[in-house]
Design a protein around this ligand. Sequence first.
Ligand code: NAP
Length: 288
Amino acid sequence: MSAIIVDGKAVAAELRAELTSQVAAMTAAGSAPPSLAVVLCGDDPASAIYVRNKGRAAERAGVRFTLHRPRAESTTDELVALVGTLDADETIDGILVQLPLPKQIDQDAVMACISPEKDADGFHPYNFGRLAEGHPAVVAPGTPLGCMELLRRSDMQLQGSRAVVIGRSAIVGRPLALMLTNADATVTICHSRTRELAAVCREADILVSAIGRPRMVDASYVKPGAFVIDVGTTPQDGVVVGDVDRESVEPVAGWLTPVPGGVGPMTIAMLLRNTLALARARRGLAQV
Ligand code: NAP
């Protein structure tokens, strides 16, 4: 057996095309297009590339994109003032502050200026709380949303399945475990203190690795036929390497999301979906 390699690039392109039509339909019906404001502070080259890609994807989908570039030496007060102004601006539907912020900035204080109704990244504690309560939230973090979409579009049966998520961060592991729980999977969250990690993982019909340890997850972690999602991305010798040892896992798994080209491309598509969802909610339109 050899795993089906899940083409995240193709799924993300399909999704962006759907979102583009939804934005076009919304504007054709007389609404202003969704608008996304991004704050990029500092000189991190990776952040600059992410933001450029987000901007391009937004513009192609018909989402109005504005970039704010406060200088790298900005203070917390200056960023709080900027994000507060964007939050109060009625023409803006979604705000994203690209992380990490420079060290001198109190990240929590800045993020707290984004209201739940403009939370394009889905990181706001209110939106996280809705997810934790099992309510459908308007927005949620893009990377776990992307994982769920890959599962759904691969027709994976979630109800009653056993899922194991390695990693418990607030932006990937925890929200993904909640989304899987809300989709009626039985979920175990693992982390750096988990005993017998490989044995726990071998129980999974759906195994997600979101740890950032290159090629750590090999065939000994994988139940034959499992759906394996590799979220990990670690730069190594000029390339991006996932958590999953593809050579070892591919002959055992049923499905495998590759790195690159698996979960990564989905994250931006989900940011656009979040922005459209916020715009619809702010205009009193039903979600699509
Ligand atoms: P993070 O905040 O560093 O969390 C890593 C998690 O992995 C922690 O819960 C940690 O456990 C756990 N962990 C670390 N080493 C482990 C080990 N040896 N065994 C078991 N668990 C271990 O990272 P993150 O932000 O969630 O990101 C995780 C990975 O996904 C990174 O490689 C990141 O680059 C990637 N990522 C990719 C995308 C994308 O779009 N493709 C988006 C976001 C993140 P403790 O809690 O016990 O420390």
